[in-house]
Design a protein around this ligand. Structure first.
Ligand code: 7RM
Length: 654
């Protein structure tokens, strides 16, 4: 850098703090001592955590560092993931509910550990009967039906790696993933329910398979019962395949470093990356963090409202909770079907005690209004979680007050598909939380914030988030592309894992995530993160959600362009826009005042709900729009583009 300005400037000031409730702290799974113990000997700490799993053979070495960055964990150990999720609970928890499943139309299933074990064994035998073997890859393309976790675990039982493709993805995305990892089997459903409509999963599979000549079998769950095309010899009904299978299935003894699954991340550019997770370290990481971060107790009713198509579903619907013998809620449908209180209705009926959601969902609930949660008794909720994006302090406060009854602590969990398990998060019985901060690296995790050349930035300054030591659930490589793995994550700085996110630490050492590095703006030489300006906008009572981007400006290099979604009951006009601009200037400073604000009903989001700022940049600079097919809501883009050209044409305010 040409001057001594910080790598990313820090503007936001937040002084509200929330100490852990005394009763929760007294009974918490993790107490304050855990940090020192883990820091004193991280390998011993992780080895201790790994002992909570059932191993078929012990490991010889905790971590093999000889071939950086290709780390190996629990070298020589053998185990099976489905045994850890199911078999070992049968004696004590056979009749315990694993999933309270609720379908979108309102049908329900209560699935105990014994039921799930039987389903998984039967499917595993069925897959073996089709010729699926240890070491194969199996694609899973389904909605949130109980057969989805069962399919993941059935693959794990016979040593086949699964690659789950989110049911909202297109036939082409499915095809690309099947081809990239050479799947020979696909598990799907006739259709999925979503927002009252049917998603044609089987038809998409048929289309994808036209270009996947090596796929031999597709196994089809009957969900909606609509007619589907059928290819004799290739297609098999799931219920017929499992009907005559034995209820026991000998599990494969997998090496700790054997592939458990591949999960593709689309990112914002380029070919999807096949993130590789292996067995022993991954299970250790997810089971341990699930137990401590969510303070899981035997009688909790835990609900992670993600989709199994994302890593959050893999780690914190399937592998972590099941390893820990948790009772979970699993919901198939959309949060506004049939009405905008659907989640609160479910939480009330099942007496959910832990709820884990994304900020995008919270901001949507803010937009819909407090009357929806207010209709329901949510007093069973004792702990709330957030994941996926930085949570704006106002969204945090809203979640705290309207969902958590002003009582439940919030754990803001930072992690990635690549990290496998939660890396930075409060521990609910230990950490005094601050709205918008993910607090500290978890025990056994070491992070830092560095500048362009890899030097730690002073406390208070923003920079690039790195992880400085290997951790058990880390990705092992990108499937079939070791070079891209090294290049993407390990080549920027010697020995450090580059997360791709900006962050700063405050005076208490708390981490504040600042969004993706690619989204950082440069206004008159000031490097500004998007999140702080967005949070200043969301701080205004009229605003539910916002996104800001830098667009080219002849004078300042970049100018701040903001896109704002108002709460449902608010009417927007030019006076409000002026007020919002001033609000930002007062809240965090004149340098951050948006040059233009466009009011819009929705923002472009990825299918997992993250705001796609790249597209807003294209719109703001009147560029040809890039690929919009990965968007969840492509229709908003042209709408926003029209409004933005009006706003810019009518002249920006200075
Ligand atoms: C779990 C997941 C990873 C990216 C990550 C960040 C962002 C996730 C938080 C967050 C701020 C958080 N995996 N991110 N959690 N940013 N605070 N608590 O989301 O692979 O899909 O995305 O998501 O940018 O790098 S992911």
């Amino acid at each position: 850098m040409s001057d001594d300005r910080p790598t990313i400037e820090a503007l936001q000031v937040e002084d509200r703090t929330f100490p852990p409730p005394a009763d929760l702290a007294a009974a918490a799974n993790a107490k304050a001592e855990i940090y020192d113990r883990a820091a004193a000997d991280p390998e011993a700490y992780w080895a201790e955590e790994a002992k909570a799993l059932d191993w078929m053979e012990p490991w010889d070495q905790v971590v093999d560092r000889s071939n950086h960055p290709f780390y190996k964990w629990f070298v020589g150990g053998k185990l099976n993931a489905s045994v850890n999720c199911l078999d070992r609970h049968l004696e004590r928890r056979g009749d315990k509910v694993a999933f309270h499943w609720e379908g979108e139309p309102g049908d329900t299933q209560t699935i105990t550990y014994r039921d799930l074990h039987e389903r998984v064994c039967k499917l595993a035998n069925g897959l073996r009967s089709l010729g699926v073997q240890r070491g194969d890859r199996v694609a899973i393309y389904m909605g949130m039906v109980p057969e989805l976790p069962a399919a993941m675990l059935a693959c794990a039982r016979i040593g086949a790696a699964h690659t789950v493709v989110f049911g909202g993805f297109s036939a082409e995305s499915l095809r690309d993933r099947i081809l990239d990892c050479d799947c020979r089997t696909v598990i799907t459903a006739d259709e999925a329910w979503r927002g009252g409509r049917h998603i044609p999963l089987k038809a998409n599979v048929d289309e994808a398979l036209l270009e996947c000549p090596d796929v031999e079998h597709s196994v089809v769950v009957k969900r909606t019962g609509s007619d589907v095309e059928w290819t004799e010899g290739r297609d098999r009904w799931y219920h017929e395949l499992v009907a005559d299978q034995a209820a026991e299935c000998e599990p494969e003894a997998m090496d700790a470093e054997d592939l458990l699954y591949i999960l593709y991340t689309s990112g914002t550019t380029g070919k999807p990356k096949g993130i590789v997770h292996t067995t022993g370290g991954y299970l250790t990481g997810v089971a341990s963090t699930h137990k401590y971060v969510f303070d899981l107790k035997e009688d909790d009713v835990y609900w992670c409202a993600a989709d199994c198509g994302w890593v959050t579903g893999h780690s914190y619907i399937v592998y972590g909770p099941l390893c820990n013998g948790a009772t979970s809620v699993m919901f198939e449908g959309a949060p506004n079907f049939p009405a905008e209180d659907r989640l609160w209705d479910i939480a009330e009926r099942y007496k959910a005690s832990i709820l884990y959601l994304a900020p995008t969902a919270i901001r949507m609930f803010m937009k819909w209004g407090t009357q929806h949660p207010a209709k329901h008794d949510l007093s069973s909720l004792r702990l709330l979680g957030s994941v996926g994006e930085p949570i704006n302090p106002e969204a945090w406060m809203w979640y705290h007050e309207h969902i958590g009854g002003g009582q439940a602590p919030i754990v803001d969990t930072w992690w990635q598909t690549e990290t496998g398990s939660i890396m930075i998060s409060p521990l609910p019985g230990v950490t005094t939380t601050k709205p918008g901060s993910a607090a500290q690296p978890l025990p056994g995790v070491t992070a830092d914030i560095v500048d362009e050349v890899g030097t730690s930035v002073p406390q208070g300054s923003g920079g690039y988030l790195v992880l400085t030591e290997p951790w058990p659930a880390m990705l092992r490589t990108l499937y079939g592309d070791d070079d891209r793995f090294v290049e993407t994550y390990w080549s920027q700085y010697q020995g450090l894992y580059l997360a791709g996110d900006g962050a700063r630490q405050d005076d208490d050492g708390y981490y504040w995530l600042l969004g993706r590095i690619d989204d950082v703006m440069n206004v008159s030489g000031h490097r500004l993160s998007t999140i702080e300006i967005e949070s200043a906008l969301v701080d205004h009572p009229a605003v539910a959600e916002s996104a800001v981007v830098g667009r080219h400006d002849d004078t300042t290099g970049q100018a701040i362009a903001a896109f704002v979604t108002l709460k449902s009951e608010v009417h927007g006009d030019d006076d409000l826009i002026a007020e919002l601009r001033n609000h930002v200037a007062i809240k965090i400073g004149p340098i951050a005042k948006p040059k233009s604000i466009v009011l819009t009903d929705d923002l472009p989001k990825t299918r997992s709900g993250k705001i796609m700022r790249r597209l807003l940049r294209d719109i703001s600079e009147n560029r040809q729009l890039g690929d919009v097919t990965t968007l969840a809501n492509a229709e908003v883009v042209s709408e926003i583009a029209d409004m933005a050209s009006d706003a810019h044409a009518s002249g920006d305010e200075g």
